[in-house]
Design a protein around this ligand. Structure first.
Ligand code: SF4
Length: 460
């Protein structure tokens, strides 16, 4: 089955599943309330904060190669090894080499979108390496044999009762739907994993160039334990995650927390500047940073797409998107869902099988209006559509439809004729269309704007 057919089938299925939609809407409306309040209480001027964040990220884009080199130089000086991975295969190879060198049989991993991108869990399974997710949401989807549903809240689609049932089946825990009890079950299950794992794998929310530091933000403390308890720490990080200075965190940490989860700042924020140093009591003995390109450099060279590299993966555009809210995260079948995923997936994986995602948008621009770093996401979706069209990937019906539309719109007479025909079809078919349970057909006024205007002009 092609990705396009799969997408259409899943969209139909999920958009008609009322229980699923109610769960998602409930989760997102709680998020909306918290974010709206936080924007007012935490920022004197939210728009100004977005503008400033965008300026910093534009500076990063203008100086990306030198900032990355500076980061490498600084963190290497403190004993970390930086590896540059051109693509998924190279990142996987680096990981397997490190795992072999340290005879690793068990890996504990915190939440990271780059590991989803390189299919890290599948890689471990294929190579007989035990991998345990330490983030609660990730653990839930791992136990359920699913992929993350959302880039920030991977188990958003699961109710507490479903999670209780899952824990009972897979961990042998007593069944409960109490949030605190569920958290304690996961905690009990995970605690011993940190000290029995050979490698801890994390991502990073930011890398700070001048300081040579990784920054991780989280709410459970699992990321901190994942990187510090096992003897080896591997961070797999996209090359776009750069910030120039440590002081930039004073804006980016609250910005990410507000847009991501409606918090002032996340519960745990770690700044990691290398492996355990002489005289220090804890931290990993070895630290590797795999800087992942995987299509980012190509995006960087396309001037019109460069802005998407400013993304801080807050997930706000997913929550705002009426399409995501209707069809849900799994329908996209990619690590990055929603508007941001619909921009980068066709770019990373090719228009051939993924161009349809760029069309999964009404272009309402809700995504762009909430993006904390001011990315015009809907414009980039249009750019994708244009690229797909240029590459001949838009298909017969789309191309023909556009040709007809352009033919009609280029003549006043043809537009009037089509408008009259539209009125007739509307009157004839309205009784059938109105029976639809899921759609309300908008009323078309009896007189068109042109007729009203003509009348108006005759009166004056
Ligand atoms: S595109 Fe903007 S809103 Fe969407 S995840 Fe990235 S930073 Fe957040």
């Amino acid at each position: 089955m092609s990705e396009f057919t799969r997408f259409i089938n899943q969209s139909r299925l999920f958009s008609r599943d009322e229980e699923h939609r109610l769960k998602i809407l409930k989760a997102i409306s709680t998020y909306d309330d918290k974010v709206d309040q936080m924007k007012i209480s935490q920022f004197r001027d939210w728009q100004q904060a977005r503008g400033y964040a965008s300026k910093i990220k534009q500076y990063v884009l203008d100086h990306l190669p030198t900032l990355l080199e500076e980061f490498e130089e600084k963190i290497s000086a403190r004993g970390a090894e930086v590896l540059w991975a051109r693509d998924k295969k190279e990142a996987q190879k680096y990981f397997l080499d490190i795992a072999k060198r340290h005879q690793a049989k068990r890996v504990v991993k915190s939440k990271s979108m780059t590991t989803e991108e390189i299919e890290f869990n599948e890689l471990c399974e294929d190579n007989d390496i035990d991998v345990i997710e330490s983030d609660l949401g990730e653990l839930i989807v791992q136990l359920a044999g699913e992929k993350p549903y959302h880039i920030v809240t991977p188990a958003m689609h699961k109710s507490k009762a479903e999670i209780g049932h899952l824990f009972q089946e897979s961990l042998g825990a007593p069944e409960t739907d109490d949030a605190e009890e569920l958290t304690m079950i996961a905690r009990e299950h995970l605690r011993k994993t940190y000290v029995t794992s050979d490698i801890g794998v994390t991502g990073a929310n930011f890398i700070v160039a001048h300081e040579g530091a990784l920054v991780m933000t989280e709410n459970e403390g699992n990321g901190r334990l994942t990187m510090s308890c096992p003897p080896v720490h591997i961070a797999i990080v996209g090359i776009e995650k750069v910030l120039p200075r440590l002081s930039d965190l004073s804006l980016f940490l609250p910005l990410l927390a507000t847009s991501g989860t409606g918090q002032q700042v996340t519960g745990y924020n770690s700044i990691i500047k290398g492996p355990r140093q002489e005289g220090e009591l804890d931290g990993p003995e070895k630290m590797y940073i795999i800087l992942l390109d995987n299509g980012r450099s190509e995006l960087y060279t396309k001037h019109e797409f460069r802005d998407i590299l400013c993304c801080i993966r807050c997930g706000a555009c997913l929550n705002a998107c009426p399409v995501y809210r209707t069809i849900g995260g799994h329908t996209y079948h990619t690590p990055y869902q929603g508007p941001v995923g619909s921009v980068i997936t066709p770019q990373f994986r090719g228009m051939n099988h993924w161009s349809h995602l760029s069309f999964a948008s009404s272009l309402c621009a809700a995504c762009s209006s909430v993006c904390p770093v001011h990315i015009d996401i809907h414009q980039l979706l249009l750019e994708n559509r244009w690229e797909a069209h240029q590459e001949g990937k838009t298909g017969f019906s789309w191309n023909t439809g556009l040709k007809i539309w352009s033919w009609v719109m280029s003549s006043r007479g043809r537009l009037n004729t089509m408008s009259t025909l539209g009125h007739i079809v509307y009157r004839w078919f309205l009784p059938f269309l109105s029976r639809s349970k899921r759609k309300r057909i908008p009323k078309i006024p009896k007189r068109s704007f042109e007729k009203l205007w003509n009348d108006y002009e005759q009166q004056i």
